[in-house]
Write a protein that binds this ligand. Structure first.
Ligand SMILES: NC(=O)c1ccc[n+]([C@@H]2O[C@H](COP(=O)([O-])OP(=O)(O)OC[C@H]3O[C@@H](n4cnc5c(N)ncnc54)[C@H](OP(=O)(O)O)[C@@H]3O)[C@@H](O)[C@H]2O)c1
Length: 395
């Protein structure tokens, strides 16, 4: 096996942490001595051992003089676990080959420096692009403290997300829908607007066996969500946040105590209590800068403030599943980093909804600019991935 093969094995191991290690990065490590792999590990869950320590724990022989291939620069600080650099030095490993640099300000070059100071040979940027591709979420979250947002939609080849009557089941085939389930497992949160909840009564859970449900975040300015919706009925089992925008209520999470005064019961407070009894957290994030016209009660949640609050809850990634109204607001707010468009080989025609609604722009120069990062055929459908290039108003 070549050095590239060892690092690619480490990348393969890292991917096993997908969906479980948030808000930490996916990391894999392989220890090689005399042309043999003698230890392997990956970071499985936040709070548990890092990849390097798991690889060391798997050793059945001494690693003295060995090389460790690790997809991300080893940490050199005391976080939830002790520094990995210490373990590498203790094991008398002679050489460390690193893929990605760690943008975490608490590491950032420090890990490589500590190792070099201990007399260890360090190679950096090895297969860096492939290693970096593991962790766009971590790189974004650790530097901005806000979640990495992926806007996902399924549309026909003429850009429709439903027929003229609003029917949308199904646009893409089973294989593409399976990939969406994988994305739900991989992201810590999933976000949708109340329009989609009222139209489709979705569960927004992960239906992969052994998969993890994302935290459901419903943007619902005036709490229209029906108590008998699938979301409310399952909120005791699946973490759910409903985001309101009441100008006359305090900002942030509405606590049960705050809302427990029966004398003060209004229809809004009753609704909040009903949702809380379902197990839902209600987050009030009115847009104080742009209240809805002359009627502040028409305000909608301030999405930029919302993602800061969600980042504070350690939600590092969000799959934004629209619809078109919320998608447009999210793009306007500059909170979207990536777009994944599933495109079905079908044409609907007519006056039907599109992935991004709102009032649109007048000249092409005002467009949200993106670059294509991948094109993949999944079953009969295409998945085109884009990086948003001019959407960083939130940072
Ligand atoms: N094919 C696909 O990939 C796909 C995915 C999702 C949905 N859909 C389809 O899309 C349709 C629903 O789309 P939609 O555009 O009507 O609904 P939507 O985007 O899901 O929800 C829009 C509503 O969300 C609320 N909202 C709360 N905060 C907001 C904010 N900051 N910005 C914008 N809206 C905010 C607003 O209602 P309030 O002001 O009352 O809160 C708004 O009317 C359904 O037919 C569904 O089947 C298709």
């Amino acid at each position: 096996m070549s050095e590239q093969d060892y690092m690619r094995r480490a990348i393969e191991l890292a991917r096993k942490g997908e969906g479980w290690c948030h808000p930490n990065p996916m990391v894999g490590a392989v220890i090689v001595k005399d042309g043999r792999i003698i230890g392997e590990g990956y970071h499985a869950r936040c709070g548990e051992l890092h990849a390097e320590r798991n690889a060391i724990a798997s050793l059945r022989e001494s690693a003295r003089g060995a090389t460790i291939y690790v997809t991300l620069e080893p940490c050199c600080h005391y976080g939830r676990t002790p520094p990995c650099t210490e373990a590498i030095i203790e094991q008398k490993i002679a050489r460390v080959v690193i893929g990605s640099r760690d943008p975490n300000p608490r590491v950032s070059g420090g890990g490589a420096k500590v190792l070099r100071e201990a007399g260890i040979e360090v190679v950096e940027d090895f297969l860096r692009e492939e290693c970096d591709a593991l962790n766009p979420v971590f790189f974004h979250y650790i530097t901005t403290k806000t979640p990495y947002v992926i806007m996902k939609y399924a549309m026909t080849a003429d850009g429709k997300i439903a027929t003229k009557t609003g029917a949308s089941k199904w646009i893409t085939g089973e294989a593409a829908r399976g990939r969406v389930q994988q994305m739900r497992h991989a992201c810590m949160g999933i976000m949708a607007g109340i329009g989609t909840v009222l139209a489709d009564d979705p569960m927004l859970n992960c239906r992969i066996e052994g998969g993890r449900d994302p935290v459901r975040i419903i943007c619902d300015s005036s709490l229209k969500i029906p108590a008998d919706s699938a979301i409310c009925r399952t909120a005791k089992d699946i973490p759910t946040i409903v985001v309101s925008a009441f100008a006359d209520l305090p900002d942030g999470e509405i606590s049960t105590a705050e809302n427990g005064n029966a004398d003060a019961a209004s229809s809004v407070q009753e609704k909040i209590q009903t949702l809380q009894k379902c197990g839902i957290r209600v987050l009030n994030v009115p847009d104080r800068n742009h209240p809805g016209g002359t009627r502040p009660e028409n305000s909608r949640p301030d999405l930029r403030r919302l993602i800061q609050l969600l980042g504070g809850m350690e939600i590092d990634s969000i799959l934004l599943e629209g619809g078109g109204t919320l998608n447009e607001s999210a793009l306007q707010a500059g909170i979207v980093q990536e777009v994944r468009a599933f495109i079905a080989p079908k044409l609907f025609g007519g006056q039907a909804k599109t992935p991004v609604e709102g009032s649109g722009i007048s000249v092409p120069d005002e467009a949200v600019q993106m670059s294509v990062t991948g094109v993949e055929q999944i079953g009969a459908d295409l998945m085109v991935s884009f990086r948003v290039e001019n959407g960083s108003k939130s940072q």
